[in-house]
Design a protein around this ligand. Sequence first.
Ligand SMILES: Nc1ncnc2c1ncn2[C@@H]1O[C@H](COP(=O)(O)OP(=O)(O)OP(=O)(O)O)[C@@H](O)[C@H]1O
Ligand SMILES: [Mg+2]
Length: 547
Amino acid sequence: MPSATDSKKSIIGLRIGQSYSSIAIINKDGRADCIANEDGERQIPTLVAFAGEEELAGTQAKALLLSNSKNTISQFRNFIGKSFAECNSSVIKGTAQLVDKDGIPAYSVEFMNQESIFTVQEITTKYITSLRESAENFLGQPVTGVVLAIPTYFTDSQRLALKDATEKAGLRVLQLINEPTAAILTYESGIKSEEYNNNLHNDRTALILDLGSDSLDVTVMSIRSGMFTILATTHDPDLGGAAFDDLLVNHFVNEFKRKTQIDILQNKRALVKLRNAVEITKKTLSSSSTSPCSVESLADGIDFHGSINRTRFEIMSNKLFTRILDVISNTLKENNLDTQLIDEVILVGGASRIPKLQSKLRDTFNNTITVIRQDFEPDEVVAYGCAFQGDLIGDLDDQMISDSIDSSVTLVPHLSKPIGILNAENNFVVIIPGNTPLPARRIFQSSNMFDDQKKFYVPIWEGDIIVPKPSSQTDNNLENDSTLQERPNLSPVKLLAELVLTDLPEKKINELKVDITIEIDINQKCIILAKELTSNKSVEIEIQITQ
Ligand SMILES: Nc1ncnc2c1ncn2[C@@H]1O[C@H](COP(=O)(O)OP(=O)(O)OP(=O)(O)O)[C@@H](O)[C@H]1O
Ligand SMILES: [Mg+2]
């Protein structure tokens, strides 16, 4: 049996990304580090594959992406805890397609010479089991506990499903932490130098920019006496490193066509090969001014050799940079925040390494206050934070953990989906954005649309991000602006309540003022009050939000 100290050492921090995952531990010297898997990779591809009688995961599964793509499963993390109808399978590029197993998302693959169906939950358990085995191989002893990072935008059922898959993989889950909170914990615990203690352990406001492979998350967090509060958070599910890969694929598809007259847009296998190659090209461009892109036998037995320089890449990526900066400025604006209020911008996510993005961030936060920080590897910093937290609580038993966990790092209750009204043009106007920490209260003012309007009707809607149905050429839709064309919209999806004010005084257009107050407590009990200000007439409704 391992001793108490040994058992503490075998606690890991885990972040499961949509494309890559990392396992972190705390070294003897108190620093966090990521474990490399058996293939020497610290960023472990989030992939599972079936080959004959073998189940493979991580790097080994990625190696089968080309030769066995229909039995290789990728991009599954975000489907966990969802129904089949809630899954947008157009994100899957060239690997096993999602099938509907009694309303649950699953994959149909060939395994042991027969067709087998595995649910997303089962695939996730298999994947996490492989991570546990890698960690145990490295540590030379069983892992005794894990602190798990969870994306901020995950619903409660997704959080529970990921926790459940982790436990089924043989890991004791000590705690779940929001990904940006884990990143902040690394910055709190990870630098022990005097300079950091003097300058940064003070109260401050941080913006955590997480540009991963499939998505962008912007979180603004205030740190006051060691308490972390999420002030604002935005999730763009369609804007990450893969959007940059799309641009490079498009560029080289055109170059290959120019050189050979062969159009590979309809050739799925060639596109998967090219997509793999351009990811390396893109990463190289973050440290070199020019980068090659070579694919053996891209199509019709013809090899492709191309290259691209950083300036060209930056020019073609300009719209993506603008979109990222727009998400940041809208997040700040919608929450009445200003760039000057941000002490630190913390870079998280592998794609935040792109140098032009960093220089554009410096231009955006062009003041004497904000510091752009990348003291830790951006794709490791979340796992480090989990490992630090595990180190802190690892010696406690379950009861002590649940009794003593610092509320600053527990999950803040939040509203998963936005709540708003429809304006005169029938557009959804958000009053309380999704991911707003609870309790929350917002007031919105509306006025009459025509003279002598005696009745006021206020429908309250829950919104959601609606991803446009993919065109028949989803995989191959590589037009220059494809990333813009497929942009998801925030739309009203569920009518929550209807408030009607009647017998209002006769007034000219815009002279009646109605305040609509929406108040939601931590249990998602929601009180909506509509009050006309000149007559003081009001109507109130109480509903229970079930997100
Ligand atoms: N040096 C680099 N330069 C540019 N991009 C990079 C670099 N290193 C990694 N990336 C990109 O970062 C992305 C992976 O980052 P990360 O591991 O944070 O994503 P993830 O957590 O799996 O995705 P998500 O957050 O969307 O779930 C990939 O698109 C990868 O190509
Ligand atoms: Mg991520």
